[in-house]
Design a protein around this ligand. Structure first.
Ligand code: S3P
Length: 746
């Protein structure tokens, strides 16, 4: 059947010659021909049947057995022959008068082809654009030629220093016309990457199947081989001749990665032989996370492709009331600390209720990168195999903290005292946040830390410094700075003490004590001294009051609501949101109060209430520091004016929360006036509107809640980071009656 040509009326090039009419060459020819990209597509193949089929199937306009006659008047010549045939074909081409024809190829290894091309093409190397489409399959032959084979597949071009820019642009355009994602790479880099990601796995698959097939009981092995064997060895069904060519062509790069892998395999063997479960668990947990990470990267790419942007939009419908009992996810601050202290402890720490949000996962990843074996999280359970205060290992690259200021600031204290260097990086939001607040006092203790411009990330921390304890009067009320210095103090000579200007969350002090590390707390000053040890323990992470806060406000403002939030941490350094809502007239009561693992916990019952505007007492600011975005929503629903002062810290959170909330509230018709250190909000009707969360999780969730009292839908842009602290926010909203969903999925 001949496929009709479609697509662009004006061809991009004149004559295209495709040498080698297998799956790769045939699909290239067919795709371009069907799209009308070339005036004529000519195929060349040694096999008469392939030539005949290629014409019959509409893969090419005509086919030739003789290379020389096919190439007369060619504008582009694509070589899609087996790797070991490239030398012969290039040699034949070099003898022809090709004028300015562009040569390109589709070989899976580039170094060997480029060597041959340089040797035979001479001056004409300028017209050669080496390439490699990553789109093979176990199918082969021109019968399998598929015009869409390259759609959304990567094609790597490896231009040389002398490659003509026009030739490169033409080859780029041809692949793009087929829907491929074209990337450029150096030849050597291509061969290294492919040796690792494609060639080595094929070698292992072929090798394993052959090795098992040799065994005398092979029938049983194959009969009982279940999913694992099948999945691992799928690629052993690939074309043996093609792969034989690849290993001969890319020998050096394959040998390098093979040697590295062999070393790791030897270590695994030793671990199995010696019963070293710790080593095995380390390899398996790291591999599992790495695998998930790759899948996410790939999935995200697909999502971005589909939406043409990475803006995750929440659409919140107006009205509704709340009812039911829910447990919000684990406390973020405590989750971070459980991993940090668990890693530094001696023995195995079991954590329950761990927050499986991206911020806390960044902390887990950082410690894994420093050699700590961490199992999970799985349904909130994490097992940390502590390495002791002096057991961390140098990470191989920068530690990526994502969106998490807590990870970066707390870790900087710990890392300043390690024997190795580290680099801490973060996402766009974290990269704007101030780090001098930790770098400066740490330097006073003897740390060597470089920041980016204006004290922003990345942090370059030089290891091997002897720190000295000191007393530090914190200029701002920050639990992150306090915790950072206390962690550095575990390693500093003598005592380290920190005095805070106002009470801030004290989870670090409590948890250090829970791990058996002495901490003195006298008034506003916390003191540690080095020389003690942390012993592994069990940690039950309570539900995060900062996440519960969205529902405390939601049930308060939505008429006819009654909701119970279970097992919420009510550490007195965190309950400012309850105090403020009560001052505004909120109907909130604590039930079933208890202490779990050193932290007070309660079930919180909240009923709707008529809220009134207040002047928020400044003493409550550090105790509700993360809850202000949603408290501003409460203020917008209250009768009268609410005034916040003394909260300039809000300007340097994940976004400038004063400005961003004011902008959003104003967009929804609320009277809000930002001030340098706070905001003035006049309660009144909320309309609908379009607002921007600026990648700040708490802003996105606050406007979702505002919809309960809105008169029209609120569309909230840039919500992806809700996953940093509250991955199941939308599910819980649906469960209790808040009507917010991803746009397009409501
Ligand atoms: C945190 C402390 C607070 C808070 C942050 C978590 C912590 O920051 O805003 O979300 O876990 O120590 P500051 O201490 O900088 O105010």
């Amino acid at each position: 059947m001949v496929t009709e040509r479609q697509g662009s009326p004006k061809p991009l090039i004149g004559r295209l010659v495709v040498v080698g009419l297998g799956l790769i060459g045939g699909s290239f020819a067919r795709g371009l021909r069907e799209r009308g990209v070339c005036r004529e597509v000519v195929g060349v193949d040694l096999d008469a049947e392939s030539r005949r089929l290629a014409v019959q199937l509409g893969v090419v306009d005509r086919s030739e057995a003789d290379l020389a006659s096919a190439c007369v008047g060619a504008e582009v010549i694509m070589l899609a022959v087996p790797l070991l045939a490239m030398e012969r074909v290039l040699g034949q081409l070099a003898a022809l008068d090709l004028q300015d024809a562009i040569l390109t190829d589709a070989g899976s290894a580039k170094g060997s082809i480029v060597r041959v091309a340089r040797a035979v093409l001479g001056e004409r190397i300028r017209h050669f654009v080496p390439g490699h489409p990553i789109a093979g399959s176990e199918q082969s032959g021109v019968e399998a030629a598929n015009a869409s084979l390259y759609r959304r597949h990567k094609v790597i071009l490896t231009p040389l220093a002398e490659t003509d820019a026009g030739a490169l642009a033409t080859v780029d355009r041809l692949w793009q016309a087929l829907g491929a994602d074209v990337e450029h790479m150096a030849v050597e880099h291509h061969d290294e990457v492919l040796a690792a990601t494609s060639h080595l796995p094929h070698l292992l698959a072929f090798g394993l199947v052959d090795s098992l097939a040799h065994q005398s009981d092979n029938l049983d092995i194959f009969r009982y081989a279940a999913g694992g064997f099948r999945d691992f060895t799928r690629i052993a069904g690939s074309d043996p001749v093609m792969w034989h060519d690849i290993f001969l062509a890319n020998r050096e790069a394959v040998l390098r990665i093979l040697d590295r892998f062999q070393g790791d395999l030897d270590q695994l063997r030793r671990a199995v032989a010696g019963g070293d479960g710790h080593h095995l668990l380390g390899v398996f947990t790291r591999a599992r996370v790495a695998r998930e990470h790759f899948s996410k990267i790939l999935a995200r790419r697909a999502y971005v492709d589909a939406m043409h942007s990475n803006d995750l939009i929440f659409l919140a419908q107006p009205g509704g009331s709340l009812s039911g009992r829910i447990r919000v996810p684990g406390d973020k601050s405590i989750s971070h600390r459980s991993i940090m202290l668990g890693s530094l402890a001696e023995g195995v720490t079991e954590v329950e209720g761990f927050l499986e949000g991206e911020d806390a996962l960044a902390t887990i990843q950082a410690f894994r990168d420093m050699g700590v074996v961490i199992e999970g999280p799985h349904h909130g359970r994490v097992t940390v195999h502590g390495v002791g205060l002096h057991g961390l290992k140098a990470p191989v690259g920068p530690l990526y903290m994502g969106n998490s200021g807590t990870s970066m600031r707390l870790l900087s204290g710990l890392l300043a005292a390690q024997p190795f260097d580290t680099v801490l990086t973060g996402d766009a939001s974290l990269s704007k946040r101030p780090m001098n607040r930790v770098a400066k006092p740490l330097r006073e203790m003897g740390a060597v830390i470089e920041t980016g411009p204006e004290g922003r990330p990345p942090l370059n921390i030089k290891g091997g410094q002897a720190l000295t304890g000191m007393h530090y009067e914190m200029p701002m009320a920050s639990a992150q700075v306090k915790s950072c210095l206390l962690l550095a103090g575990l390693y500093a000579a003598g005592q380290t003490s920190v005095t805070e200007p106002a009470p801030t969350r004290d989870h670090t002090e409590r948890m250090l004590q829970g791990f058996g590390y002495p901490v003195q707390v006298e008034g506003a000053t916390a003191t540690v001294e080095s020389g003690h040890r942390l012993s592994a323990t069990r940690i039950e992470v309570p539900a995060d009051i900062s996440s519960a806060a969205f529902f405390l406000v939601a049930a308060s403002i939505a008429e006819g609501s009654e909701l119970v939030l279970e097992h919420v941490g009510i550490n007195p350094t965190r309950t400012g949101v309850i105090d403020i809502l009560k001052l505004m007239g909120g109907d909130i009561s604590l039930e079933n109060q208890r202490v779990v693992g050193g932290e007070p916990v309660a079930d919180i019952r909240v009923r709707s209430a008529k809220l009134k505007g207040i002047e928020i007492p400044e003493t409550l600011v550090p105790l509700a520091i993360d809850e202000f975005p949603v408290l501003f929503v409460a203020a917008a629903c209250a009768e009268g004016r609410t005034v916040l002062r003394g909260a300039e810290e809000l300007r340097v959170k994940e976004s400038d929360r004063i400005q961003v909330m004011a902008d959003g509230l104003i967009a929804c018709g609320v009277k809000a006036e930002p001030t340098p250190d706070g905001i003035i909000i006049d309660g009144g009707p909320i309309g609908g509107g379009e607002v921007w969360a600026h990648g700040d999780h708490r802003i996105a969730m606050s406007f979702s809640i505002a919809s309960l009292r809105a008169s029209a839908p609120i569309r909230i842009h840039d919500c992806a980071n809700v996953a940093t602290s509250f991955p199941n926010f939308l599910d819980l909203c649906a469960q209790v009656g808040v009507r917010v969903a991803r746009e397009g999925q409501a």
